[in-house]
Design a protein around this ligand. Structure first.
Ligand code: LLP
Length: 426
């Protein structure tokens, strides 16, 4: 179902007018569809139902408590990467036995916190981390379950900054080193190797990298079992692509077809860690045009949202559809989006107010003519949007609104100037 759709020339989210919500709460504003979040989770869960995986939502994609609570209600566990994320997951009512903890830099206090919280397992990224977990488990007299995060040197064909499955990245452990750790774990009384983990990168638009990584993992799994390890979990990570432009990614059924047979062969229960595909297309960022500026060289549409609100275009050159909230035509799909010849479109750069030339949402983008005070919707903003936002240029963070059951509720008020400085001292 299309949760963000135009009716009579105006954008609606599940029957609620985006223009009215933006007027009521101000801009910039993130507007989420609860229905879309639930639908996306269910579609993901249905696609993999045959193997009944534990779905650990990667809350780095969107950590807002309201979002986490919705997913917890849907039965999700959580994939976390910091003590702060553990705190949020627990605050949202997560079952600790459905939490797995990845990340290359876990500190002592984070490990202690996780052990005391009774999480399902650590996804361990180095021998040094393994030693640290073992030492802390001994101190606390607590059992520590873990998976080894493998680095299979498989290319996910995504931006280099979000590639994690290649050897040149800091993530995971190569197979040879991992084989050595499997041996060492045998001498660690409180440490139990219960899983193997891989996360190749994000977003991944084809099932092939998963297929290749899983083949390699299954060979490794066999050798672990030959050494007596009792591996119960196969954690395939996240990364499942979504449509930003339209038509660029495989669909869930394709990913499932690559993953399910490997899970069955492994005899393990799968963990999947989707983030983006659950929340990415469940939100828009709405911004108000402040100025239309022509330089002779170019035409700029300057908005009240900036790279501090949504950094993805600046950081990864990523594509987000941007379209007026009031428009007779629906947002163009796929290649049409770059067609400047249709309907009197004007080619513009859509930029923010931040003092950096990287502060843009789109470059050379054909848009219907827009004017000062028009509202623009930046689509697919639910994942790595608010969660990567900052106060750069001392800009208060945007507010967040959830559309549920035909009405809007504020899930996070806009930050005030006072709040931005409240904990500072001279
Ligand atoms: N599991 C692990 C261990 C991860 O590191 C990540 C994402 C995920 C799961 C979830 O990946 P997803 O299903 O959401 O693609 N800021 C970048 C994406 C960074 C992803 C970091 N790790 C972006 O805006 O594209």
């Amino acid at each position: 179902m299309e949760h963000f759709a135009y009716q009579d020339g105006l954008l609606f989210c599940d029957g609620v007018s985006i223009a009215e919500v933006s007027q009521q709460y101000g801009t910039p504003i993130y507007i989420y569809s609860e229905h879309a979040i639930r639908d996306n989770f269910r579609a993901f869960s249905d696609a993999f139902a045959e193997v009944n995986p534990l779905i650990c939502y990667a809350l780095k994609a969107n950590y807002s408590l309201a979002v986490c609570k919705i997913l917890r209600e849907e039965g999700a566990g959580f994939d976390i990467v910091s003590g702060g994320e553990l705190f949020r997951a627990l605050k949202a009512g997560a079952d600790p036995k459905k939490i797995c903890y990845a990340g290359v830099g876990k500190t002592r206090s984070e490990i202690e916190y996780a052990l005391n919280s009774g999480i399902l397992m650590f996804n361990v990224e180095s021998g040094a981390e393994l030693d640290r977990i073992s030492a802390i488990a001994s101190n606390l007299g607590t059992r520590a379950d873990l998976a080894l995060r493998l680095n299979p040197d498989v290319d996910p064909h995504t931006h280099k900054y979000t590639t994690t499955g290649k050897k040149w990245t800091k993530f995971g452990i190569g197979f040879d080193a991992a084989a050595g750790l499997v041996q060492r774990i045998k001498d660690m009384p409180l440490v139990h190797l219960v899983g193997l983990h891989v996360h190749l990168g994000s977003p991944i638009n084809s099932p092939e990298p998963y297929r290749r990584a899983l083949d390699l993992m299954l060979d490794f799994l066999e050798s672990c079992r030959e050494q007596g390890a009792q591996i119960e979990w196969l954690d395939v990570g996240g990364g499942y692509g979504i449509e930003y432009k339209g038509g660029e990614t495989a669909d869930l059924a394709d990913f499932a077809q690559a993953i399910i047979p490997a899970v069955k062969r492994s005899g393990c229960r799968a963990i999947l860690e989707p983030g983006r595909c659950i929340v990415g297309n469940a939100a828009v960022l709405v911004t108000r045009v402040q100025y239309v500026k022509e330089t002779g060289e170019k035409k700029f549409v300057i908005c009240d949202a900036g790279m501090n609100d949504l950094i993805r275009p600046a950081l990864y050159d990523s594509y987000h559809r941007v379209w007026p909230v009031s428009s007779a035509e629906p947002v163009p799909y796929g290649a049409e989006a770059l067609d400047a010849k249709t309907g009197g479109r004007v080619v513009v750069d859509i930029a923010g107010p931040v003092c950096e030339s990287a502060d843009f949402f789109a470059k050379d983008r054909p848009l219907p003519p827009v004017r000062q005070d028009d509202l623009l919707a930046v689509f697919s903003a639910g994942a790595y949007g608010y969660s990567m936002s900052s106060n750069y240029n001392s800009r208060p963070r945007a507010c967040e609104v959830m559309i549920s059951g035909g009405s809007a509720r504020l899930i996070r008020p806009r930050e005030s100037h006072e709040q931005m400085v409240a904990d500072e001292r001279f």
